[in-house]
Design a protein around this ligand. Structure first.
Ligand code: HEM
Length: 162
């Protein structure tokens, strides 16, 4: 199993990237409500994902959960504990049987939202580029770690069926 340091090395994720993300925290916080609204508008439009969001009580709780995850992208500390949390987030989706396809597609919604947020707030292209690169790396790392849970589940099924 890879360590978080190895994963970061594979994505060329540096301490500078971590600092850039931390700098974005206040902006992300200001935009978190809009992000989560966009995320849920998207999920509620697709019947296969809307089915997981039927109960309004659950919906309010889930919105908080997804907001917390969004803000954790900008926590500035990406260690093994961070990796374990992402693994358990991946496992939660495997357990309830959300298809990996929708997790990937939802990540694209977050990516688009963040690229537009940077576009609106950093007119200087060279500054914006540095933030965008850091954002893209952490999103890809998140998806990578969450996807591993799906791959492990596939391997487990193959193993059990033999
Ligand atoms: C739970 C993040 C995509 C539905 C969670 C949790 C997090 C999270 C942090 C809490 C996990 C825990 O309790 O340990 C994400 C991220 C996604 C994503 C980062 C992709 C960018 C989706 C999609 C759906 C979904 C596509 C489909 C509707 C749910 C549900 C739960 C949950 C229903 C509650 C699971 C449970 O009750 O155990 N998600 N999620 N998520 N997510 Fe997502």
């Amino acid at each position: 199993m890879l360590t978080m340091q190895e994963i970061k090395n594979h994505y060329y994720f540096s301490d500078t990237d971590a600092e850039m993300l931390k700098e974005l925290f206040p902006l992300a916080q200001t935009n978190s409500e809009a992000m989560v609204e966009e995320f849920y508008t998207y999920l509620l439009k697709i019947p296969e994902t809307a089915v997981f969001l039927r109960d309004p009580k659950d919906l309010a709780r889930l919105k908080r959960t997804h907001t917390e995850w969004f803000l954790s992208l900008f926590c500035g500390r990406y260690d093994n504990e961070y990796m374990l949390t992402l693994q358990s987030i991946g496992q939660a989706h495997v357990r309830i049987k959300v298809s990996a396809h929708y997790v990937n597609a939802a990540m694209n919604v977050v990516r688009r939202f963040l690229i537009e947020m940077l576009q609106a707030n950093f007119p200087d292209i060279s500054v914006r580029r540095k933030y965008r690169i850091a954002v893209e790396k952490i999103l890809d790392i998140n998806l990578d770690i969450m996807s591993t849970s799906y791959q492990e589940e596939e391997l487990r099924k193959v193993f059990v069926s033999h």
